[in-house]
Design a protein around this ligand. Structure first.
Ligand SMILES: [Zn+2]
Length: 261
């Protein structure tokens, strides 16, 4: 599932490519036909991300709200585009480029008031100037495991399964540690690692937790399976022990019980 680095990356790319143009918007698959009619021919003013949500802000207070969920993805091509292939929920055709959206969990037209209420329901987003002190206040009073708190979008926005596993491993923190048992120093280490890893993910458009030194090659050259330390791994890169998989907040959590004791 795309995490916050990816939505911010896409928002920036799509804003650069399409903002300021009037777009031909259709739903080749048909499931967004009504929504497409509401924004077709209008000028896209800007594209913004909040946590894992994307907002395509069209003139006239019409916003296309997209949540990619587990299977959603975008594909870009030159305009005029080829005939749509597969289940294209939304096609946006600009002057030079065309954007296709497939398989999102959420895709609908809302107004700015609804957009504001979605944004207000989210916790601070480290990639959108979310404040460290606010996240600390959200975590410190809760007697739930940190592995679950990190995925709760109302406490912190944009963190998904991979970031939580990689960050907790990097700082050697047990995912079952409760928020109200964390010290300020624990949280400081967590925040530092998380904001650094999310910014690196935004820069590269994909999550990378290893360093170039560890990988033995530049980060740009990493294959997908070389990017992580614990996520999807069997063996701990630090101690060589087995990686455990627990369910925390209903998602599989990879961690090393000896390095994160
Ligand atoms: Zn280990």
């Amino acid at each position: 599932m795309p995490e916050g680095h990816k939505t911010h990356y896409l928002a920036h790319q799509h804003d650069q490519t399409f903002a300021g143009q009037s777009l031909d918007v259709t739903s080749p698959q048909g499931r967004f036909a009504d929504g497409a009619r509401k924004v077709n021919g209008r000028v896209l003013e800007s594209v913004r991300a909040a946590g894992k949500h994307l907002f395509y802000e069209f003139e006239g207070n019409r916003v296309v709200h997209v949540h990619l969920g587990r299977y959603g993805s975008f594909a870009e091509q030159a305009s005029p585009p080829e005939e749509p292939r597969g289940q294209v929920r939304v096609r946006m055709v600009g002057k030079e480029r065309t954007l296709d959206l497939r398989g999102p969990t959420q895709c609908r037209v809302i107004d700015m008031e609804t957009q504001a209420s979605i944004e207000e329901s989210l916790g601070p987003d480290p990639l959108a100037r979310g404040k460290k002190a606010d996240v600390w206040n959200n975590f410190r009073s809760r007697s739930k495991p940190i592995g679950g708190l990190l995925l709760d979008q109302s406490l912190i926005a944009g963190v998904g399964n991979i970031f939580r596993a990689e960050v907790l491993f990097e700082i050697g923190m047990n995912p079952h540690l409760h928020g109200d048992a964390m010290s300020q120093a624990d949280f400081d280490r967590l925040w530092k690692s998380l904001s650094k890893m999310m910014k690196l993910g935004l820069k590269h458009g994909r999550i990378i937790s290893v360093t170039a030194k560890e990988a033995g090659k530049p980060l740009k050259e990493l294959a997908n399976h070389e990017r992580f330390r614990v996520y999807g791994k069997d063996e701990c890169p630090r101690c060589g022990g087995p990686i455990a998989i627990d369910s925390v907040a209903s998602r599989k959590m990879h961690w090393c019980p000896s390095c994160q004791a």
